[in-house]
Ligand binder design. Structure first.
Ligand code: FAD
Ligand code: DHB
Length: 388
C-alpha cells in the first residue's frame, strides 16, 4: 500500500499529526500495536497547557475538552505547613485545563474515523526501512498477513520504547539522559475533589500531588521507590502517607474514597537529537521524556507534531523542504526548555535521600523565594502554562 505520510503509533502525537495532515489535505496511515480499547483506557497525563487547549479548539477537536475539562487559573505549592497559590491567570493571562489524556485520545480517534482516516490497531512486527531514500517503507503484520507501506515520509510517534528511534543509527544521534532515584505512586479515587486547584506538596517524607479527573474522581500521586510494588501498599498505608505529606496547619483535609486504580511510574529526563534522520522524523516520547512534575509530556508531543505538520504542509504545497530541515532545531528549542522546567520542578519538590542538611535548606529557601518573589513566581507560571 502507498500513502504520503506513514505514522507509527496512535498516541497523542501520532493521532494529532494525522488529524493536522488531514486538515491540509495530506494522506496518512497510522499503525498501532495496541487495541483501540486499550489506548482509549490507559491512564496517563492530565494537564493541557493553554497552547494545547487552543490548538485542539482551533482544529475542531476541542469541543468535549471545553465541555468536560476543568479550567484551572492557578495551583498551589504546599510546604513548611502552609499552602501558597501560584496565580497562573494573574501572572501570565493564561490557564490550564485538566482533561485526561485518554479522553484526548478518544476525541482524536473519533475525529480520524469520522473523516475516513486509515488507522490500523493491533499490528505487530513493525520495522522501518530505506529512511535515507525518498520512498521509505514501514513493514508490519496485521490480521495474520504481512504488509508494507510505501510513503514519502515516516514519522515515529511510537513512544519511548518504540522501534523508530532505534532505526536511526546510534552514530547519527546523541542521547542525553538522567534517571531519578524515585518514582510516582499514582491512584484513582472515587470521591469529590479535595481542592479546586492542583496542590504540589513538598515534604520531608517525599513529594505528593493532588489532582482531579472528574467531579467524582480524584487523581493523587506520591513519591515512592521506583522499584517498589503496588501490592506493598494497602489502602490504609496509602492514606496515612498522603495525609502526612499534604495536610498543613490550616485545617484543609484530603478527601478519602474508594481507590480503584494503583500504579507506579519511573522518572527520567531523556532527549535524543536530532529528531530526524533522512525521511524518518521523530515526535513526542519517541524523541524525549520528561519527569511528570511539570506536566509537560503530552503538551510537548502535541507541540512537536504541530511544527512538523506545518513543515509537511509547506513541502506538499510549495515543494519546499525548509520547514523539514529546521523541524528538529525548532522542536528541540522548546523541548530543552521543558526539560529544564521539568527537572527544576522535580528537583525543587522531591526528597532526595542523599541530600545533605545544607542541600535540604537550599531546597526550602528555593521554595520560599518562588512564593515570595513575583518575578520568580511569574517565571514558574509562564513555564507551567507553556507561555513561550
Ligand atoms: P505515547 O502516548 O507513548 O504513544 C505511543 C504509541 O505508540 C502508543 O500507543 C504505543 O502503543 C504505540 N507503539 C509503541 N511501539 C509501537 C510500534 N512498534 N508500532 C506501532 N505502535 C507502537 N505525562 C504527564 O505530563 N503527566 C503524567 O501524569 C504522565 N503520566 C504518565 C504515565 C505513564 C505510565 C506514561 C508511560 C507516561 C506518562 N506521562 C505523563 C507522559 C505522557 O503521557 C506522554 O508524554 C505522552 O503520552 C506522549 O505522547 P506520544 O504520542 O509521544 O507517546
Ligand atoms: C497530573 C499529572 C502531572 O504530571 C501533573 O504535573 C499534574 C497533574 C494529572 O495526572 O492529573
Amino acid at each position: 500500500m502507498r500513502t504520503q505520510v506513514a505514522i507509527i503509533g496512535a498516541g497523542p502525537a501520532g493521532l494529532f499529526l494525522s488529524h493536522l495532515l488531514h486538515l491540509q489535505g495530506i494522506e496518512s496511515t497510522v499503525i498501532e500495536i495496541r487495541s483501540r480499547a486499550d489506548i482509549e483506557a490507559t491512564i496517563r497525563a492530565g494537564v493541557l497547557e493553554q497552547g494545547t487547549m487552543d490548538l485542539l479548539t482551533e482544529t475542531g477537536v476541542g469541543e468535549r475538552m471545553r465541555a468536560e475539562g476543568a479550567l484551572h487559573h492557578g495551583f498551589e505549592l504546599a510546604f513548611g505547613g502552609r499552602r501558597h497559590r501560584i496565580d497562573l491567570q494573574g501572572l501570565t493571562g493564561k490557564s490550564i485545563t485538566v482533561y485526561p489524556q485518554h479522553e484526548v485520545i478518544k476525541d482524536l480517534v473519533a475525529a480520524r474515523l469520522a473523516a475516513g482516516g486509515d488507522l490500523r490497531f493491533e499490528v505487530s512486527n513493525v520495522a522501518v526501512d530505506r529512511i535515507d531514500s525518498s520512498n521509505p517503507i514501514v513493514r508490519f503484520d496485521h490480521q495474520g498477513a504481512s504488509h508494507q507501506i510505501e510513503a514519502d515520509f515516516v514519522v515515529g510517534c511510537d513512544g519511548f520504547h518504540g522501534v523508530s528511534r532505534p532505526a536511526i543509527p546510534a552514530s547519527l544521534r546523541e542521547d542525553y539522559q538522567r534517571i531519578y532515584p524515585f518514582g510516582w505512586f499514582g491512584i484513582l479515587v472515587e470521591s469529590a475533589p479535595s481542592s479546586d486547584e492542583l496542590i504540589y506538596a513538598q515534604h520531608d517524607r517525599g513529594f505528593a500531588l493532588i489532582s482531579t479527573r472528574t467531579p467524582t474522581v480524584q487523581r493523587l500521586y506520591f513519591q515512592c521507590d521506583p522499584t517498589d510494588h503496588v501490592d506493598n501498599w494497602s489502602d490504609d498505608r496509602i492514606w496515612n502517607e498522603l495525609h502526612t505529606r499534604v495536610e498543613n496547619t490550616d485545617g484543609w483535609r484530603l478527601n478519602e474514597g474508594k481507590i480503584f486504580q494503583k500504579g507506579i511510574i519511573g522518572m527520567r529526563s531523556f532527549v535524543s537529537a536530532p529528531m530526524r534522520c533522512g525521511r524518518l522524523f521523530l515526535a513526542g516520547d519517541a524523541a524525549h521524556i520528561v519527569p511528570p512534575t511539570g506536566a509537560k509530556g503530552m503538551n510537548l508531543a502535541i507541540s512537536d507534531v504541530n511544527i512538523l505538520s506545518k513543515a509537511l504542509g509547506q513541502f506538499y504545497r510549495q515543494g519546499s523542504e525548509q520547514g523539514l530541515d529546521t523541524y528538529s532545531d525548532e522542536a528541540l528549542k522548546r523541548v530543552w526548555r521543558a526539560e529544564y522546567f521539568s527537572w527544576y520542578m522535580t528537583s525543587m519538590l522531591h526528597t532526595f535521600a542523599d541530600a545533605t542538611p545544607f542541600e535540604r535548606q537550599m531546597q526550602r529557601a528555593q521554595l520560599d523565594n518562588v512564593v515570595n518573589s513575583r518575578a520568580l513566581a511569574t517565571a514558574l507560571a509562564e513555564n507551567y502554562v507553556g507561555a513561550f
